[in-house]
Write a new protein. Sequence first.
Length: 324
Amino acid sequence: MTDIAEKPREADAREADDRPHDFSALPVVSNDVYTAPLKRPAHVGEDWLEPQQTQYDSEDDKIWDDLFARQMGVLPGRACSAMLEGLEKLDLGKGGVPDFGELSEELGKLTGWSVVPVPMLIPDHVFFWHLANRRFPAGNFIRTRETFDYIQEPDVFHDVFGHVPLLTDPTFADYMQEYGRAGWKAMRYNKLKALGALYWYTVEFGLMLEAGEPRIYGAGILSGPTEAIFALEGESPNRIMLNVDRVMRTDYVIDDLQPTYFVIESFEDLYRQTVERDFDRLYRNLGAGFTYANSAVIDVDNVLHRGTQEYFLRGGRGSSAKPV
Ligand SMILES: [Fe+2]
């Protein structure tokens, strides 16, 4: 019964995907596609985007400087070279929250990307639309002293310090655009969750080999001091070579350190593994939920480090467990 009922929809999705996409316009979302719901904040216009960057005060600038200094005490020797070079090229350490206009001008010259201010997390289809047009939506607000160590919503430090430097790398910049385009297809197959897992395990929490050693390129790791050490040197988490099919079937945690990190050989490897993949076939074969737990090690894995999971077994965030 289910098979027969689902076949016409798969055929529809394939047919729809054969049509050329207009990436300049917002993607059309059909009623059966779930995208992140969002309430418009009172201070934001009806287009949901803030055309102007927030005016930061001196305390905001000081918070940026302190966060920057803290990360620079941890990242040299741990972050991938493209990230550290990107920080230099964009002069992100010159003091205070960077101006998006200046940043976009520099980035535009290097890879054609720009940075656009957004008030908070934006709906998936709007996010894909920006990426497909080489625009990175960056959170406008900056955390406070009270949330200095951990915030769940991405702020300007996470987005600009963590994500933007890598957009100076031509191959990674192309990967990000292709990811936005891939969102169109994922929406048609109703597989946003699977595509989200790929983003999570690459753009947010990815590691990459440099001279045979894992280095960090994921923005979620780059923008916090604890995970930068835990991801590379911790005994608890698994470190496994990236396999796109497997990752898109793997659950993840959004409010704690990761039980597993996936490692790529290079940005060229990441681009090849995703852009040259037959996503139609993959989406047709994916189930509704995730197949693998976030701590699982499975037969096909190329394992660099099999984690003890001690941190998580002791209770993770909110317990007294040390991130070891
Ligand atoms: Fe992020």
